[in-house]
Write a protein that binds this ligand. Sequence first.
Ligand code: C2O
Ligand code: CU
Ligand code: CU
Length: 454
Amino acid sequence: MTFTRRQILAGLAGLGVVGLGAGGARYWLGGTLDARTHDYELIAAPLDVELVAGHITPAWAFGGQVPGVELRSRQGDWLRVRFINRLDEPTTIHWHGIRLPLEMDGVPYVSQLPVLPGEYFDYRFKTDDAGSFWYHPHVASAHQLGRGLVGPLIVEEREPSGFRHEKVLSLKTWHVDQEGAFTAFSVPREAAREGTRGRLTTLNGKPLPTVELPAGQVVRVRILNLDNTVTYRLNLPGGEARIYALDGHPVEPRDLGKEYWLGPGMRIELGIRAPAAGTELSLRNGPLRLATLKSVPSDEAPGDWPAALPANPVAEPDLEKAEVLRFNFEWAATLASAPGQASNYWQINGKAWDINDKSCADRPIARLKKDGHYIFELRNMAQYLHPIHLHGMAFKVLDSDRKSIIPYFTDTYLLGKNETARIALVADNPGVWMFHCHVIDHMETGLMAAIEVA
Ligand code: C2O
Ligand code: CU
Ligand code: CU
């Protein structure tokens, strides 16, 4: 695998428009690289792509492709991204799952001012955790993410991991019709239920692709759910797959089992042993195929299962001395009473976040003491899934009243129907951190709050 830092992301405009000719791109992604100030120059701009054969979708892209260009860093290194906004509206970048200083977190009016059209912002932070992360705006999320502004961010281990081969598979179900035109990203009656689903499921921007794996090798397959709404019920019938990491943090390797529910924002790293050349496996969402994994001849000696990945340096919460805080996620509709006002369908502890009110973060739902130890009891009072995500810090999932949990660190926990789960953390990162459901429709209709650590 090649790892090129100081990569110039200029001139990539052709990548997402195969089949449409050079005229397909509405913007030329230009710019020069100044290696003294940044490693990546990342441009957000409109880009016409062909998701449905023979049709154009007017997507928005990071680095000239959808999903966005893959960014890579190495554990312990700094990642320096000059982000340039060539959209016609303000935006930001949030680095999902990365533990970083508040000023780099990409939340408008909390971390930074929105980046206006034509402006740039330099993001720079140290990547202390190795794993699979991703990036997306935190402004007008339903349509900005919906149009394609989502991309993978991979942080490699300091030392070789034992995997010689790797694939990054980004899942997204687009809100497009049969002719590739966008459909509504958010429909009120859906926002009040499971969230508005798209129609066209893609992996790395393609519906039902074939992914080639070298026969006999154990391949590290990073699967990222970059979708606004869909929980993919991952399974690989007949395949040999082990879970190596969940949402950017290693676990003791174990069998994938029957099915793994990957909610919006979540990631899973599998070791998959590619069978004999010519064999095809079907990576599925429940009964539906997402991709064909095809074994191709390899002249390397057969690989073995690598050992567990090294743990990330996350502080271990002390459950004995932890303070318990309770968070109820409930359905409670308050409909817009004036034009321009948002309807809210969801609340955390009786409070709905108003995405149009820039001062919500001044009223945090909880105040944690810096370096204090906490247990959060998360209670889903509804029948819909809520992938609950916290910025700025990793947390440990302890237990659930619905399923057996092997405790693990994560940034997003998929809270099931009427489930109560307990998570724990050390509040070691000062700031005001968003705490929200990653079903974008839910987050934009109330299911978000700020947690202060000071
Ligand atoms: Cu992917 Cu506020 O997060
Ligand atoms: Cu996040
Ligand atoms: Cu939700």
